[in-house]
Design a protein around this ligand. Structure first.
Ligand code: DQA
Length: 148
């Protein structure tokens, strides 16, 4: 099983952003933890980050032709308004899990909306860096249950 993890705009700055919202863990550390958990769960994990909306869309298009079993996405602020990324995600046939480090629903009103909500199987938010591990476990469990 292969899981593609997509990190969107400004997430390369984790570790330098507001620690009250995002803690102090860097994106490299998050990717290392995902690789370790992936090995434990017996799944291949690939990570991709971009600050360019078009590049993220193109990585999603590429995933359409690849043997990707699930996608995790933290698109950062794009979550709240990018219909381009939403439409790219809608092309995929595999399950998609949306996640956020912070509890977006306890923050500014513009963060309460996700334009991805109807194209993902579920959302995880508010557990800091652990949101990634929880999202990976949720995606793997979902795929395994579906193919059992
Ligand atoms: C975020 C929440 C978004 O509202 C914000 O724009 C981010 C990070 C999170 O992980 O909590 O950049 O997606």
């Amino acid at each position: 099983m292969k899981v593609l993890v997509l990190h969107g705009i400004n997430l390369n700055m984790f570790g330098k952003r507001d620690p009250a919202q995002y803690g102090t863990t860097t994106l490299a550390e998050i990717n290392d933890r995902l690789a370790t958990l992936g090995a434990e769960l017996g799944v291949e994990v690939e990570t991709f980050q971009s600050n360019c909306e078009g590049s993220l869309c193109e990585r999603i298009h590429q995933a359409h032709g690849e043997p990707v079993d699930a996608v995790l996405i933290n698109a950062g602020a794009w979550t709240h308004y990018s219909y381009g990324i939403r439409d790219a995600l809608a092309i995929l046939h595999c399950p998609i899990v949306e996640l956020h480090m912070s509890n977006v629903h306890a923050r500014e009103p513009f963060r309460h909306q996700s334009v991805f909500a109807d194209v993902v199987i579920g959302q995880i938010a508010g557990f800091g860096a652990d949101s990634y591990g929880l999202a990976l476990r949720a995606a793997v469990q979902h795929v395994r249950a579906r193919s059992a």
